[in-house]
Design a protein. Structure first.
Ligand SMILES: Nc1ncnc2c1ncn2[C@@H]1O[C@H](COP(=O)(O)OP(=O)(O)O)[C@@H](O)[C@H]1O
Ligand SMILES: [Mg+2]
Length: 260
């Protein structure tokens, strides 16, 4: 099983789009893929037609057993999506209360790791979507993952948000003694604008080899796909945005060849 987390402490940078697009591409290659929504806003959950305000069973249930994850519980929370081979573990807005509830409860940082251990034989890939806030959910995602992808929008203010995320990451890596790999992913790149080209240059100068060598272009097909609840490659596999994600997928597969 290969487990990738998609996170950045900034919203609207393409996290959910990255999860959906990579998940759809992997599923179209015949892989068994689970996408997990760890964002209390539930955008990934809404994408596939569920309402995070009213959903009965969600990731939230995993945190209600004093740090243990009962056998059979993870499976019971999973639902199929419109895309064959792609399953969803949805979020509910109740996740927003987790931080408050978890104060003083031990072992809450490994709930997602324990969950995925129970699903080990059932999926080839797990992609975890995150909220923009650092808390127990993101700590769980980072602890469970082998690879972190940090989407960053190629615009002027991007670099500040990125500094914050990379600082968080180094703190978490130190405290978990993990060897989590990470890759910065420039998104919504528009080569016709100075804001995009200059900020891409700055991102590459500042973060060097940790930045993916290409960028995901601006492509209106992503919004169209989300409005229809389709993974972007089902709407249009040849659009330039999807083609860029295919190249990204190749890079990620090279970086985590076998998983753990
Ligand atoms: N490469 C892109 N080109 C154009 N629009 C994009 C692109 N990536 C994402 N979007 C759109 O931008 C908005 C925010 O993206 P989203 O993936 O939800 O960000 P996040 O999960 O980081 O908040 C969505 O409406 C999405 O459809
Ligand atoms: Mg999102």
């Amino acid at each position: 099983m290969r487990i990738w987390a998609i996170a950045n402490q900034k919203g609207g940078v393409g996290k959910t789009t990255t999860v959906v697009t990579l998940g759809g591409l992997l599923a179209s290659q015949g892989k068994r893929v689970l996408v997990m929504d760890l964002d209390p806003h539930g955008s990934l959950t809404s994408y596939f037609g569920h309402d995070p305000d009213t959903i009965e069973q969600s990731v939230f249930d995993l945190f209600m057993h004093k740090g243990a994850v009962p056998d059979g519980l993870p499976e019971s929370l999973i639902t199929a999506t419109s895309c064959p081979g792609l399953d969803l573990m949805p979020a509910s807005t109740a996740l927003a209360t987790l931080e408050r509830r978890m104060v003083g409860v031990d072992g809450m940082g490994l709930i997602i790791s324990k969950t995925l251990a129970l699903l080990w034989d059932q999926y080839d890939f797990v992609l975890i979507d995150n909220s923009p806030s650092l808390g127990v959910l993101m700590i769980n995602a980072l602890a469970a993952s082998q690879q972190l992808v940090v989407p960053v929008q190629t615009e002027f203010l991007a670099i500040k948000g990125l500094e914050r995320m990379m600082h968080t990451l180094s703190m978490v890596i130190r405290s978990q003694k993990s060897n989590l790999q990470h890759m910065i992913l420039p998104t919504m790149f528009d080569r016709r604008t100075q804001a995009s080209t200059q900020s891409l240059r700055t991102i590459k100068q500042t973060w060097g080899d940790n930045v993916w060598k290409f960028a995901i272009p601006v492509d209106t097909k992503f919004r169209d796909a989300s409005m229809q609840g389709l993974v972007p490659s089902e709407l249009d596999a040849a659009t330039h945005g999807v083609r860029a994600y295919k190249k990204l997928l190749e890079t990620l597969l090279e970086k985590t060849p076998n998983g753990i």
